[in-house]
Ligand binder design. Structure first.
Ligand SMILES: Cc1cc2nc3c(=O)[nH]c(=O)nc-3n(C[C@H](O)[C@H](O)[C@H](O)COP(=O)(O)OP(=O)(O)OC[C@H]3O[C@@H](n4cnc5c(N)ncnc54)[C@H](O)[C@@H]3O)c2cc1C
Length: 481
């Protein structure tokens, strides 16, 4: 019997729920169906479940007490941060036997240390608030993604979030120095060290980063801070094709001395969708071309030579006909407009019809071949499908989204989604890539992970899961089957 089949209405589970209600108090217990509803479904509305309770503990001690009580009564737990995850990891199952544990009341920024360049935060702090706190201390916290106004740092760490600046600063895993975690038996692992060097055996924090709530609940973290950029240059450049974009990437890295922070590839089709469907969005670049690159350089240096060199670099790319048109943001408003255009692509696709998302990665050099091959197999599988291949190409991450053919029946298109996805994943795997670059596995991709990850890796993952969570109570049915 799996942890999901146990029934909390029966005996000791009902008693445990009553005790948990006492532990979290009235503010920590959601009774109102309207208040509970958003926590029972995922951001994409792919999964809607039920829960035995939705709780909001206010401290690490309360989380530990809740988890201990759940362990004793064998009640499974689904941790939930901002609930912006795209793979259904934070939604409970339909059985209604799980507790959804929200982290939104773990919302304190405990310390900003500008000398050690660290910030210590609780798991429920919204990502944008960490960026803001860092800026107030004249530092940068570089994790940045479209959902930053709602996602929590605990969720970012649990999914090893990537986003726009991985190219220069790495993903969430690269930005964490220490963690505090409530383990499945209710013990607290205090690994909140801000040490940059600590070679005392296995690096436990990395077990929890990317574990999607299946090994424990992250309650706090020590994160790395960086110098604030003093000069930023953002440009949108039109190129002939993805191969030209990859060539531009290497030149841009060289010209900036490694100060390229973002490099996003976007097809013209996606830009046109954004302009057509999202109000207030404009494309400032002409050019009869199929592709655009949105790139950003940033430096902590105040030397004007930096920007001069980059402007010369952009000019040279025009002379070499690598870039066929483009614009450099002249002020903050123009810069924001370019990023708004990039973000609007996600919204615009939703309005264009049913769509199938693939968050995948391959080696950067293989990105052009990947886009060409995956597009060809998708079009062969589903004639008329509209392919939107865009994303963080500077780190090999392509969001290959397939929008239903114009005028087609969206539901019928989605019914054929598995064949389409498998065709795309076949191309990814043949190129040595990953079927999940940054969004994780959750519920959506767990069968794909089981089918495509190496048996040795799967065996190790299952052994780790069993060692830490022998009763399978932490986010069951997610990540691993
Ligand atoms: C518009 C938009 C843009 C996005 N862009 C990006 C992007 O560029 N890059 C990217 O990587 N992602 C992106 N995402 C996906 C999403 O924002 C990230 O996965 C984010 O890290 C999830 O954080 P969250 O707090 O919302 O987590 P949730 O959705 O609440 O949870 C995600 C997973 O983590 C677990 N979890 C949550 N909190 C904890 C905790 N404290 N301890 C243990 N487990 C926990 C949950 O159980 C679940 O499995 C985007 C999403 C949207 C809606």
């Amino acid at each position: 019997m799996s942890a999901l089949d146990t029934h909390p209405g029966e005996g000791r589970q009902a008693a445990a729920l009553a005790e948990i209600r006492e532990i979290v108090g009235p503010k920590g217990w959601l009774d109102d169906p309207e208040a509970r509803a958003p926590h029972l479904t995922d951001w994409r509305k792919l999964y809607t479940g039920r829960a035995a309770a939705v709780v909001r503990p206010a401290s690490t001690e309360e989380v530990a007490a809740v988890v201990r009580r759940c362990a004793e009564a064998r009640i499974p737990i689904v941790p939930q941060g901002g609930n912006t995850g795209l793979v259904g990891g934070a939604a409970p199952h339909e059985a209604g036997t799980e507790i959804v544990l929200l982290t939104d009341r773990l919302s304190r920024i405990r310390e900003v240390d500008p000398v050690g360049n660290t910030v210590t935060v609780e798991a429920g702090v919204v990502l944008q608030d960490i960026q803001q706190a860092a800026a107030e201390a004249d530092r940068l916290f570089p994790l940045a993604l479209g959902a930053q106004g709602s996602c929590h740092i605990g969720g970012n760490l649990a999914t090893n979030a990537g986003g726009l600046n991985v190219l220069r600063y790495g993903n969430a895993r690269d930005l964490v120095l220490g963690l505090e975690v409530v383990l499945p038996d209710g013990r607290v692992w205090d690994g909140l060290s801000g040490l940059r060097k600590d070679n005392t055996g296995y690096d436990l924090k990395h077990l929890f980063v990317g574990s999607e709530g299946t090994l424990g609940i992250v309650t706090a973290a020590v994160l790395k801070l960086f110098p604030q950029p003093r000069q930023v240059m953002t440009a949108m450049l039109a190129v002939a094709d993805p191969a030209a974009a990859v060539s531009l990437l290497h030149k841009a890295q060289e010209a900036s001395g490694g100060q390229l922070v973002a490099f996003e590839l976007v097809p013209k089709f996606a830009i046109d969708l954004a302009v057509a469907h999202v109000e207030g969005v404009e494309n400032p670049v002409g050019g009869d071309t199929g592709w655009y690159v949105l790139l950003e350089f940033a430096t902590p240096s105040t030397e004007s030579a930096f920007i001069d060199a980059l402007e010369q670099f952009v000019e040279k790319t025009f002379e070499e006909e690598l870039v066929v048109d483009g614009t450099i943001a002249a002020n903050e408003a123009q810069r924001a407009g370019l990023w708004r255009l990039r973000e609007a692509i996600i919204e615009a696709q939703d309005r264009a019809g049913a769509q199938l998302k693939h968050d995948v990665s391959v080696a950067v050099a293989k990105v052009p071949d990947f886009i060409a091959e995956a597009t060809a197999v998708a079009e062969a599988e589903e004639p008329g499908v509209r392919v939107v291949a865009f994303g963080h190409v500077g780190d090999g991450n392509v969001h290959l989204n397939l929008v239903q053919p114009e005028g087609a029946d969206g539901a019928a298109f989605m019914a054929r989604s598995d064949a389409l996805s498998q065709a795309v994943y076949d191309v990814v795997v043949a190129m040595g890539g990953s079927i999940s670059a940054e969004h994780g596995i959750g519920r959506l991709k767990k069968a794909d992970l089981a089918a495509r990850k190496s048996p040795v890796a799967l065996d190790l993952m299952r052994k780790i899961k069993r060692a830490l969570d022998p009763d399978g109570l932490m986010n069951p049915g997610k990540l691993l089957e």
